[in-house]
Design a protein around this ligand. Structure first.
Ligand SMILES: [Fe+2]
Ligand SMILES: [Fe+2]
Length: 199
């Protein structure tokens, strides 16, 4: 189903949002969303938060980077927020409190954004999204992104690591980050060894 058909419907459900994420974002981006949702479950254990709001926010958080919605010069988190606010959330029949949480969660998720967040949901998405940039998954994601060039992918991984590694506040996220950082370190060392530094 295309976006135009979705937005003409009076009521959008979470299932519609999931399907739109699959169609517009492709399998690569949908799998990122699924991993992030799994991470939120893990790092949010024992915390009180709106599961529906954070789930909707997670599906929508990168839409601003999808070809259909991206706008040159507009940072993707802000663009995702705009799309959610104007096209999607008004048709979901959510309470105003949930809408406010979803918009904040989307707008503040990016690792380059150092502004403090207000809601637990925003903190959960932010730290889960950080984790998906670390460890083996972070490394292979970078190579999946292209271009076909090892050195630039390594540089990008290291740059992200520098910006993310000290930003975790949630106890379980901190533990998971420590594990992923150690694995990343080991993996990069092995890569250096096996490539004789010719990358
Ligand atoms: Fe993002
Ligand atoms: Fe993301």
């Amino acid at each position: 189903m295309m976006i135009a058909e979705f937005v003409q419907e009076r009521d959008l459900t979470l299932a519609d949002v999931m399907e739109m994420t699959r169609v517009e974002g492709d399998a690569w981006k949908l799998s990122h969303v699924r991993r992030v949702l799994q991470l939120i479950e893990l790092i949010g254990e024992g915390m009180v938060y709106d599961h529906t709001a954070v789930t909707i926010a997670t599906y929508l958080h990168d839409w601003g980077a999808y070809p259909r919605f991206q706008q040159p010069g507009v940072e993707h988190a802000l663009r995702s927020r705009q799309v959610a606010e104007t096209l999607i959330l008004p048709r979901m029949g959510l309470p105003d409190t949930a809408v406010a949480i979803i918009l904040e969660t989307i707008a503040y998720h990016d690792y380059r954004d150092f502004r403090p967040v207000q809601s637990t949901e925003a903190l959960l998405l932010r730290e889960a999204d950080f984790l998906d940039f670390l460890g083996i998954i972070g490394l292979v994601r970078e190579y999946g992104r292209g271009p076909k060039e090892i050195e630039s992918a390594c540089r990008a991984v290291l740059k992200r690591r520098e910006l993310i590694q000290d930003r975790f506040t949630l106890p379980i996220a901190r533990q998971m980050a420590a594990t992923r950082l150690a694995r990343l370190e080991q993996c990069l060392a092995w890569l250096q060894e096996e490539s004789f530094d010719f990358v």
